[in-house]
Design a protein around this ligand. Structure first.
Ligand SMILES: [Zn+2]
Length: 290
């Protein structure tokens, strides 16, 4: 279940902050997740927390000092960013990285490497990296960003702390479901347009969120419809929505069947609008006005 997954990500963030706060930082980490998670962003936030000159009590970065700004703008002297060139990270790139790590840090006491696409490292590159992982210079922190850590050699993996991040997409999905349930309830209750727009605001963020929202909205409306006929409490058993089966039934009963059918049609039309590349806000707001 995704709520557990979100908590797992929070646990990892917690550990990152703890490492920054105590400055007990491992020399190598693997951040693994599918492509939907912005690993570079997360890695930079971790690095900022580690290097920040004005860290918060809980270990997170101040997000304002010169160090934080430099990491954000990819121009920190001691942070080396690397990524695949062509299809892979080659031996020469790791060699270059090692030359960088051989120098003393300029600004603070740490040299940091953020390696994107780490699982594309050639075997030679990995063998070279292994030497650094076995005898890192003091203060070195290497972050390997990977979509599948299984693609890394066992010898590399065993020398890193592995943080497996769950898809932020799952979090988005959960949030959007709640947004759809709330918007749906207000919609069927005949709340004014401006309130509906406010309720569905997170769905207007981008097209992906809007598509997710429409799917959830349709499912919610269909469940509301089913609840009118449902004697067994099957929806409550499914436990999909914040509303109980009894509440859904009450909302649907007050509203009546016909408006729910019309709402489902409006969702379908909004979906077609999005497919025709009509502006997200326009498509979703238009849906509520139908
Ligand atoms: Zn800072």
């Amino acid at each position: 279940m995704s709520l557990r997954e979100i908590r797992e990500n929070e646990q990892i963030l917690q550990r990152m902050k703890e490492a920054a706060r105590t400055q007990v930082v491992s020399h190598a980490y693997i951040l693994e997740s599918d492509a939907s998670v912005d690993k570079v962003r997360l890695a930079k936030e971790f690095v900022k927390a580690i290097l920040c000159e004005d860290r918060e009590m809980d270990g997170s970065s101040c997000d304002a000092c010169i160090t934080c700004q430099k990491v954000d703008h990819d121009n920190h002297e001691d942070v080396f960013l690397m990524a695949a060139e062509g299809n892979s990270i080659k031996d020469e790139a790791v060699e270059e990285m090692q030359r960088r790590l051989a120098n003393r840090p300029n600004a603070g006491s740490r040299n940091v490497v953020i390696m994107e696409d780490a699982d594309t490292m050639t075997l030679r590159a990995q063998n070279r990296l292994l030497k650094t992982l076995e005898e890192p210079a003091p203060g070195t922190v290497i972050l390997l960003l990977s979509e599948n850590a299984e693609h890394l050699a066992q010898t590399v993996r065993s020398r890193c702390i592995l943080y497996r991040l769950h898809s932020l997409g799952t979090e988005l999905e959960e949030n959007i479901k709640l947004v759809a349930a709330e918007t749906g309830e207000q919609w069927l209750n005949g709340e004014p347009f401006y309130k509906l727009v406010k309720a569905m605001e997170p769905a207007l963020a981008d097209k992906a969120a809007a598509v997710e929202f429409l799917d959830a909205m349709e499912l919610w409306l269909r469940d509301a419809m089913i609840s009118l006929y449902d004697q067994s409490g099957a929806i409550a058993a499914g436990n999909r929505w914040p509303q109980s089966a009894r509440e859904m039934k009450e909302i649907a009963r007050r509203c009546g069947k016909e408006p729910i059918y019309q709402a489902i049609e409006a969702v379908e039309e909004a979906r077609q609008d999005l497919e025709r590349n009509i502006n997200t806000g326009y498509a979703l707001k238009g849906m509520l006005l139908r």
